[in-house]
Design a protein around this ligand. Structure first.
Ligand code: NAD
Length: 336
């Protein structure tokens, strides 16, 4: 049984904890909270809660939350830590994990140059094999890596041009924006292009990013130039072969991200999560050796299966295909 600790129990951390709990080969030893808030109260009903800083136990006790020590006592007791603290905090935590000789997975907000490997299950599972410090790439990069690597494996991808329409913030956040503006990223390529290259080999990736006032999902429009020519049916067939890519259709009423999220809720997914990348069938257009498609990304949850696979790769406990299959089975991915 792999003993896992989660440091940072926010959007990503709480989902990783639940996904670890759903595996038969791993267990959640505890989760770290920095505030005794409503999320900590809910966490304490399922997990042992540890405090982010020494001396804050009293504040948790005052809120009626039992604690089991500080973050270092959790680190001491696990095989691997999943760090899901806010962007930049992970980097500050690295020495603590190293000092305790523990493996750690960081999230996409941390820089790629502080880890031994960046990770995506479909594109580079073996790169994390036995490693101590790994980063699961961001929600946007994970989404591109899934569909681009599927296409690349089948037809050889030479060039990617993508526009990333980003949600402003997550649904539980009332502080960030924009709330009435569209905000382009003024650097070209946006950081997503170079980030994709950290998990797959590909000739050229051009990305531009624009932030819009929505909280539900990101949307990508992608154009890929391939080595072999292909048809719309070829591409749809390839996508259907992957559980973490879900083809959706306007004909069935899915014409926007609102209906995709509604579909996830109808499926009874906890928190309305959609771990799969949704690709609109009608958006797939092939012409010679280039084709285009549009995909939607549930930013709060698409990276969760990858965290589970990264744990197994780093712990050398399962080969790629077996791990992906087990994660998909336990999280009910690809089940319509
Ligand atoms: P979040 O703000 O929702 O959660 C972070 C949690 O960590 C919060 O509960 C916060 O209170 C807590 N925290 C703050 N400082 C802490 C500390 N020192 N020790 C322990 N806990 C602390 O953030 P998130 O969206 O879950 O992002 C976490 C990481 O995942 C970031 O690197 C982010 O870039 C990445 N990521 C986020 C998303 C997304 O859409 N939210 C998607 C993919 C990857």
């Amino acid at each position: 049984m792999i003993k896992v600790g989660i440091n940072g129990y926010g959007t990503i951390g709480r989902r990783v904890a639940d996904a670890v709990r759903a595996q038969s080969d791993m267990t959640v030893v505890g989760v770290v909270k920095n505030k005794p808030d409503y999320v900590a109260i809910e966490a304490s009903k399922m997990y042992r809660v540890f405090c982010a800083s020494k001396g804050s136990e009293k504040a948790f006790e005052d809120a009626g939350i039992e604690t089991h020590g500080d973050v270092e006592s959790l680190v001491d007791d696990v095989d691997i830590i999943v760090d899901a603290t806010p962007e930049g905090q992970g980097q500050k935590n690295l020495d603590m994990y190293k000092k305790n000789g523990k493996k750690v997975i960081f999230q996409g907000g941390e820089p790629s140059n502080m880890v031994e490997a960046s990770f995506n299950a479909y594109s580079n599972y073996v790169d994390a094999w036995g490693k101590d410090v790994v980063r699961v790439v961001s929600c946007n990069t994970t989404a591109m890596a899934r569909t681009v690597s599927a296409v690349s494996k089948a037809f050889g991808a030479m060039k990617v041009d993508a526009t990333i329409i980003r949600r402003a913030t997550d649904p539980n956040d009332s502080k960030k924006g924009p709330i009435n503006a569209v905000e382009p990223s003024l650097s070209f390529p946006s950081h997503h292009g170079p980030d994709l290259k950290t998990v797959m080999e590909i000739g050229q990736v051009n990305t531009v990013a624009v932030k819009v006032p929505t909280t539900l999902m990101h949307v990508h429009t992608i154009k890929i130039t391939t080595e072999k020519s292909l048809s719309q049916e070829d591409v749809t067939g390839v996508f259907k072969g992957y559980n973490r890519i879900l083809c959706v259709s306007g004909k069935l009423g899915i014409t926007s991200t609102a209906q995709i999220m509604d579909m996830a809720r109808e499926r009874g997914r906890k928190r309305g999560d959609l771990f799969e990348i949704a690709v609109w069938k009608e958006s797939i257009h092939a012409e010679g050796n280039t084709f285009r498609y549009i995909q939607a990304v549930h930013q709060e949850s698409d990276v969760i299966p990858e965290n589970i696979d990264a744990i197994r790769s780093m712990m050398q406990s399962m080969e790629r295909d077996e791990s992906i299959k087990e994660t998909d089975r336990s999280m009910k991915l690809g089940v319509n």
